[in-house]
Design a protein around this ligand. Structure first.
Ligand code: MOS
Length: 696
């Protein structure tokens, strides 16, 4: 008997399985889950950046109709320690930053809760605050590790001596401001005590992790907390860890004895859900007359809060991008009276590659070498620091194909192409992102109708994860995708890793493949009718991951920007953006393109628009809404193209996939900044490239 020929699902541009549900408005997001007897909770935020809460006068709020309770440090339930002071709500009177949650009102209605929150009077013993990152800050220190667990410093040879002796060199400092994630759906939670435990409808990138952390905080068994999040309106990393909103909802439901909803407002998104630290990066690069790097030194200074250390891994990209005999990467951190920074799309690589790739452009200019060629000249054979073999590395092919597609040969000398008031220029930057893979589990069960159900606590945050996993399962089971149902977004399903680090498809897909293979084996061995409730197989990828050879696994890309700059006003427009990526096998070209152009759009936004401005007097960000925090709009994006190479890499996972969620943003800002230099002859080393920085 020959097996029927089935369509291969992986590699086809399947539309999102939940697309219809979403456009019909039927896909329910966290806040839209409704339970009888709902109450609403509104936080009260600190109005000082440092100090202690002396007292809270709740009387005016409690006098309002419909107000059920006012919670603060004196009357809140005690929580266990879960290792993140941002989640220890009301456990102390100390204020770590302006905007921190210091009290909360629970009421019958959302409007009532918001109004009453405005009536809660909080008195403080205020302390002076310190909120500005400076390169000479006396409290800068070297953290032990950078996110998540890389060494802070690495080095080889003598970069300073090599720099001093080299034929060409640059020594430049670049800065990036604080950036806020701003997914479309702000963080929200509905908390319900039921069935002897806690159910949380939460907007999260990782249901399993939220359940684990909340169980710890409330001293419950892990199985007593169920986190449900079938649809999530983006996160960009801000929902990668449990945030205060989920803890607040659980506390409020405990205090009120009713189900409670917590919605984070857009303004509150600028306070307690995380953001990208500002960075100050000093790049010292040197090369011989042929452009071969002699030294590469990348030192980053950044901030954390007084509540928790988050050390972004800004300089680690410089450890694997280019060959150079003498090298240094280092991170320094200062704890300020600010919210704790956290993950934002490609934490580390994104700001770090802005620094490194700007430096490479400056070096190319100094050396009189084409910037594409300079990168090719410095392509390493193996990982330049660990000596590990790359499972695959196609940066050079991306650069060459990108240059060809983009028309790079038409690029001129800096400031040489002018058309009326517009100065035109082109820039290039490399991109990279690690091919991470984390342990995950999955289960697959036969259905009575001949189909299959796959369950995994993965998160679809708008990326299309659900669809991609269905494609992977269909191929592993050798059935058409129509016979596969995928259930994600529930901590009651087999435990899965977070939707972060561009690792979802690789991590969850492997678990799904292993579970499907196990089920097929079971079916092959099974004789007689399948039992009423079906057959089920589960898988855990921990052993698979341990068994893999230790290799350097990274995705690469090359990004090109064509900009025009108004010579009178300094207005920068990105006329064209083009990226070519090598990210293993692309599981779904339609969804991949969406991820890549989304990343590039966000990178253009970072280069030209986004900036969270800290007011040193109040110690808080001042532009706390989307009118004042500018995110690229459709009108800012003209032509944008994403391409990829057919990269085969058999040393990753059963799909041969790397990851595509973050690599799109990584090289973009440098490509734009380098194009602005080529257009104007002016180098702006501080993002965003504002008019006032360009017109000097
Ligand atoms: Mo992403 S910042 O790894 O969620």
């Amino acid at each position: 008997m020959t097996a029927p020929v089935l369509p291969r699902s992986v590699g086809t541009p399947h539309t999102r399985l939940e697309a219809r549900e979403k456009v019909m408005g039927r896909a329910r997001y966290a806040y839209e889950h409704h339970v009888e007897g709902m109450a609403y909770c509104q936080p009260v935020q600190a109005t000082v950046a440092s100090g202690d809460v002396r007292g809270v006068d709740a009387a005016p709020a409690l006098a309002r109709d419909g107000v059920l309770a006012v919670v603060w440090a004196e009357n809140a339930p005690a929580l266990a320690d879960a290792g993140d002071a941002e989640l220890a709500l009301f456990q102390s009177r100390a204020v770590g930053y302006r905007g921190q949650i210091v009290a909360a009102v629970i009421a019958d209605s959302l409007e009532g809760a918001r109004e009453a929150a405005g009536l809660v009077r909080v008195d403080y013993d205020e302390r002076p605050h310190d909120v500005i990152l400076r390169p000479d800050h006396p409290e800068l220190y070297t953290p032990e590790k950078v996110n998540p667990s890389f060494p802070s410093e690495t080095g080889a040879g003598d970069p300073d001596a090599a720099h001093a002796a080299a034929a060409v060199s640059i020594d430049a400092t670049y800065t990036t401001p604080a950036f806020h994630n701003n997914p479309m759906e702000p963080h929200a939670t509905v908390a319900v005590w039921e069935h002897g435990g806690l159910t949380l409808y939460d907007s999260t990138q990782g249901a399993s992790a939220v359940a684990r952390t909340v169980a710890k905080l409330f001293e419950l068994e892990p199985a007593q907390v169920r986190v449900i999040s079938p649809h999530v309106g983006g996160g960009f990393g801000s929902k990668g860890l449990p945030r205060p909103n989920v803890v607040l909802a659980a506390i409020a439901a405990t205090v009120a004895g009713r189900p409670v909803k917590v919605a984070t407002t857009r303004q509150q998104m600028f306070a307690y859900v995380g953001y990208r630290t500002p960075t100050i990066q000093r790049l010292r690069l040197s090369a011989d007359a042929d452009g071969r790097l002699q030294s590469l030194s990348h030192e980053a200074s950044e901030q954390t809060s007084r509540l928790r250390e988050f050390a972004e891994q800004t300089a680690i990209c410089s450890r694997w991008m280019y060959a150079a005999p003498n090298r240094r990467t280092a991170h320094r951190l200062v704890a300020l009276d600010v919210p704790t920074p956290s993950w934002l799309r490609a934490p580390g690589e994104c700001p770090g590659m802005y620094g490194l790739e700007s430096g490479m452009d400056e070096l190319a200019h100094e050396a009189g070498i084409d910037p594409v060629e300079l990168r090719i000249i410095n392509e390493p054979e193996v990982h330049p620091e660990s000596g590990e073999r790359f499972s695959s590395r196609n940066l050079v092919a991306c650069l060459r194909e990108g240059a060809e597609r983009f028309g790079w040969e038409r690029r001129g000398e800096p400031g040489a192409r002018r058309d009326g008031r517009w100065l035109h220029g082109m820039g290039v930057a490399s991109s990279t992102y690690p091919a991470y893979q984390m342990p995950s589990r999955a289960a697959v069960r036969t259905r009575r109708d001949g189909g299959y159900v796959v369950r995994i606590a993965a998160a679809d945050i708008g990326t299309g994860a659900r669809t991609v996993l269905a494609q992977i399962a269909a191929d592993a089971l050798e059935v058409p995708i129509e016979q596969v149902a995928i259930k994600v977004g529930d901590s009651g399903f087999p435990q899965a890793s977070v939707a972060g680090g561009s690792s979802g498809t690789a991590s969850w897909g492997t678990a799904v493949v292993l579970a499907c293979r196990a089920l097929r084996e079971q079916l092959a061995e099974h004789s007689g009718a399948v039992p009423e409730d079906g057959l089920e197989a589960t898988a855990d990828t921990s052993e698979f991951l341990k068994s893999r050879e230790q290799l350097a696994r990274y995705a690469f890309g090359a990004q090109f920007a064509d900009v025009r700059v108004d010579a009178h006003t300094g207005e920068v427009r990105v006329s064209r953006m083009l990226g070519v990526f090598a990210a293993g096998r692309i599981v779904n070209p339609r969804l991949a393109r969406s991820q890549l152009i989304g990343g590039m759009t966000m990178g253009i936004s970072m280069a030209l628009h986004e900036e969270s401005v800290m007011d040193p007097r109040f110690g808080d960000f001042v532009n706390k809404d989307l009118a004042q925090y500018h995110v690229a709009a459709c009108a800012d994006i003209e032509s944008i193209e994403a391409h990829w190479l057919d990269e085969t890499d058999d040393e990753l996972n059963p799909m041969g996939s790397k990851g595509i969620g973050e690599i799109g943003i990584v090289g973009t800002a440098a490509a734009v900044a380098n194009a602005v230099f080529n257009a104007t002859g002016q180098r702006v080393r501080d993002l965003p490239i504002r008019l006032d920085r360009l017109v000097r």
